[in-house]
Design a protein around this ligand. Sequence first.
Ligand code: GLU
Length: 483
Amino acid sequence: MKSSEIRVRFAPSPTGFVHVGSLRTALYNYLFARHNNGKFILRIEDTDQDRFVEGAVDNLLNVLKWAGLDYDEGPQKENSSESYYQSERLPLYQKHIQILLDKGTAYPCFCSSERLEEMRSNQMARGEDARYDGRCRAIPAEEAKKRMKAEPHVLRMKIPAGETVIVDDIVRGKVSFQTDVLDDQVLIKSDGFPTYHFANVVDDHLMRISHVIRGEEWLPSTPKHILLYKMFDWDMPVFAHLPLLLNADRSKLSKRQGDVAVEDYRDKGILPQALVNFVALLGWNKGDDQEIFSLSELCEYFTLERVTKAGAVFDLDKLNWMNGQYIRQISEDEYIELGGNWLTKLDLDSGDYQKNKLILLSIRNHLNRFDELTEAASIFFKDQLNYSEDALEWIKKEESILVLEKMQSRLKEYKELSLDNFKELMKNVQNETGIKGKDLWMPVRAAITGQISGPELPAVITVIGKDRVEAFLNQTIKIGKTK
Ligand code: GLU
């Protein structure tokens, strides 16, 4: 009996941080569910006791929330009557393994870890894949039953010999596997916990998952899963394996070449909208050259048919560029609020809301990531100027000295500098010297910031205040006049 409801799941094994590849898997599942009016389920695959990390689930939930990927069923959902933590579903796996034991498609294996180890190293030495040799298959059922009560054992699946299993994948097409190369996979470990493969298949069935959408690294496991479905006589979900994520040099995306944790990008001032938009394009496109998508647009356009087979390169420059687009796209209020938090975090808070606002607005157009504020806003907080070569060249010009000296004397007329009176002051300097445009503004910028490019000058002047402007001017004129 096939239900027509679209139900997909994100099934992470919480390991302490969320890999960007996991975010993509979560996102594609979410988009597919939303596009098809289906359900998006979060299931925590935490049966590997050795990999338990304190706080990992909370962190995962926070990341999903931050990214805006709301799930319909899963931990902390009011309507969840069953547990979505595999570690709390052990009786279900026990019940289901019994079915396979009764059918004879699973069997106990009593081999010691020493024997398995030796077998493995011999196989490797011969250049073969490491695989269980099937010795315990031959134990008669009655004997096996007795020994199960007395001896430690694992439960393995009996992979049929000489068959071909075809994975019919939406992304990859038909991929065939020979059962002769498949291992008699352990389904229940000696501690009674299920392995990933067993719990995953049982839960996908019990949770009525219609489409399994996950990373390509799981493709080699899929024939075993298909055999499990057959052993149980269950309907199969549709499979879609997402392309690998690659570094710029096309090697598999790894920590060594940059950040792989979503949390790292969040902590560097990447906006969730930007990361989601960027990750959406790692293996999917709309079919034209649109690159900026809101989450609701992605929900509208996303289909699995447009997921590509080829590995997707994680291009950090593109992510930064995209984040810049969002920094300019969000509302001014939101930008000031987020930027203000970052100024505090980076110890760059001027202590004055209006000044902070000026600083933030003056650099908004150049900012790609909030952590760039350290560099971009530093000009507002300097007590000492370091002149660049270009700046020195400007301030040594005779014309420039003229401008700066006029500014120096005009400055005395003001108690404080504001955006308006600075404009007026510069107008007067222009009229008195007859110098305008670049020749007027460059020396002033060089004198006040030591640089020839940077944030809007009126903002800089207003924020650093009259006293420092005066001090910088005096200092620069002196330097400019020394030949
Ligand atoms: N627990 C697996 C993981 O950590 C799930 C893989 C799958 O979706 O089947 O990615």
